[in-house]
Write a protein that binds this ligand. Sequence first.
Ligand code: APR
Length: 314
Amino acid sequence: MRKKVTIVGAGQVGATAAQRIFERGYADVVLVDIIEGLPQGKALDILQSGPVVGSDVSIVGTNKYEDTAGSDVVVITSGVARKPGMSRDDLLFTNLDIVGAVTKETVKHSPKAVLIIVTNPLDAMCQHAYQVSGLPRERVIGQSGVLDTARFRTFLAQQLGVSPRDVQAYVLGGHGDTMVPLVRYTTVGGVPVADLVPKETLERIVKRTRDGGAEIVALLKTGSAYYAPSAGVAEMVDSIILDQHRILPCAAYLDGEYGIRGLYVGVPTRLGTGGIEEIIQIKLTAEEHAMLQKSADAVQELVNVMRKGRPKAA
Ligand code: APR
């Protein structure tokens, strides 16, 4: 029987992820949204691209969670996106309620699924989904590192005039201003990037990577990025559905790894059918470790705000 992937949220990220996964052709896709007609219309439109793009899987749009039953992977993108001037953290309480409700519904119908969380603020949403779902940590994973790393690789490839495929890199930490692009583990065609790019240029690229989401929000003015985020989702879904054992940076619940316990932070993981097969612990210098810890502290701060609950209106 064919695999099944559910995507919750038929907005920019969700619909684009649905299109990308439909075009892979390895799994039937279910697109869910709270707005009537939206997921149905987008799914029908994507389905009608099948004869042209050469995909013969099914895609249906729905407002009912019964239709998601038995999914192998559930991608959660539902929520509100950033507008100019907003940080990801400004979305906290609105998206908390949405992600909590959606997680409960999807897990009820697909208890064996691997959940991929995309809604921001990412690390806090992962923490909430993990708690609400009751699933083991290897089956609740956040998409952020693949995106942040893709941005870093893109800027480096542009700088050097090489294919982005030949740039290998890791961006660790939370999906926010404190993310940690690991320059020491970044190579271009196997050559350490520090040998190829002057320090000041590298620092500029690291900063642009950290601000990568905000740069796009400022340009779009009406929403946030979705082509690269959905590409990140599809790469993670590939590795899970096809059991590829890819090593991808993802938000994972750490239980002592990197000296961090009880918190979602972006780290290298190996992804297969069951979700996270391994959290890969690479050696960090004291400085890199301090940056990762600082990033984890920022995630912890947001989680503490989340636990205290919504502030009362003045
Ligand atoms: N159940 C299902 N869908 C919902 C719910 C809900 N309870 N609440 C909101 N949605 C849907 C909206 O109707 C909308 O179609 O989620 C969709 C969100 O789509 P967009 O507003 O286009 O946002 P998008 O750009 O896709 O971003 C979604 O991903 O990258 C993150 O920061 C981003 O948190 C944001 C999320």
